[in-house]
Design a protein. Structure first.
Length: 149
């Protein structure tokens, strides 16, 4: 079953269970998918990889909002954002640990033949493609910088 179809079923299940947090989170995924389809000229469906990118973006937005709410002294709103982020993350593939990302990046650096920070662009291009959905860009960038230093 495609991820998009699973999301539609989960919206119905969350509504029947009267789970407001889950309903809001899954509806936001559906809304973002519809926006992406419209932006791409009215596609019928998106690939699962595209849907995962959308969900990663939404989860990141929720975590950033939670940080801002916490900084502004609104812990109840931050808690709600973090709960929605947790629901969104259920749809994402398991993220690699930093050690696993570092191992993969060492392999990529060796295959590209990078030796200095001047080669960071080459490494990042390959790394972001290979680790898409498995690690976020900031983590990849930080580790690549450390390995090439």
């Amino acid at each position: 079953m495609k991820l998009e179809e699973q999301i539609q079923k989960d919206i119905m299940a969350a509504m029947k269970a009267h789970d407001q947090v889950r309903t809001n989170a899954v509806r936001s995924i559906k809304s973002a998918i519809l926006l992406a389809k419209t932006a791409e000229g009215g596609k019928d469906s998106l690939e699962d990889a595209d849907v995962v990118k959308i969900i990663m973006k939404l989860a990141k937005q929720r975590r950033e909002s939670a940080e801002q709410y916490t900084a502004a002294g609104r812990p109840e709103l931050a808690e709600n954002e973090l709960a929605e982020a947790a629901v969104l993350e259920e749809y994402l593939p398991k993220q690699l640990s930093e050690a696993e990302v570092e191992e993969k990046l060492k392999e990529i650096i060796a295959s590209v033949g990078a030796s200095s920070s001047a080669d960071m662009g080459k490494v990042m291009g390959v790394a972001t493609k290979q680790l898409a959905g498995l690690a976020d860009g900031r983590t990849i960038s930080t580790i690549v910088r450390k390995l090439l230093a």
